[in-house]
Design a protein. Structure first.
Length: 144
């Protein structure tokens, strides 16, 4: 009887929020992206990012998926992207927008610096798989 009640509540919850599964999938992919980035795992990143990816850099320049993955392979800066401090996902049909704040820890020339960035990632469900098609991270001023 308890299992029936729990199953019924789960069914009601998913009926009330049909975007919950998509939101959970994109949240999991955001976390996988962070782990792959920290590990320098370009193969994992390649599977998460669409071939048409547009990445907006801090200075406003643009990178393609290929350029982004190449920059990770050739980086001489020890950069560690920490898990997001905040992360929310909004779903609009086959499109999802992830918004959050992440702390980035870098070691350059023996000096370690930590700064925060607010990011927004655009995901689409392509052939049943969520992939990121656009991303932008903007440095935050201290105290924000």
């Amino acid at each position: 009887m308890t299992a029936i009640l729990i199953g019924g509540f789960a069914l009601c919850a998913s009926a009330q929020d049909p975007d919950a599964a998509a939101r959970d999938q994109v949240l999991a992919l955001e976390k996988a992206w962070n782990q792959a980035y920290k590990a320098g795992d370009t193969k994992a990143l390649a599977s998460i990012l669409d071939n048409s990816l547009v990445l907006v850099e801090d200075d406003g320049s643009l990178k393609t998926k290929f350029e982004f993955l190449a920059s990770i392979k050739s980086s001489t800066v020890n950069q560690e992207q920490v898990a997001p401090e905040s992360l929310s996902v909004r779903v609009f049909g086959n499109t999802a927008i992830a918004i959050g704040v992440i702390a980035v820890k870098e070691t350059k020339g023996g000096k370690t610096v930590t700064h925060k960035e607010r990011f927004i990632d655009t995901w689409i469900n392509k052939d049943g798989k969520w992939v990121c098609i656009a991303t932008n991270a903007t440095p935050m001023l201290r105290g924000q």
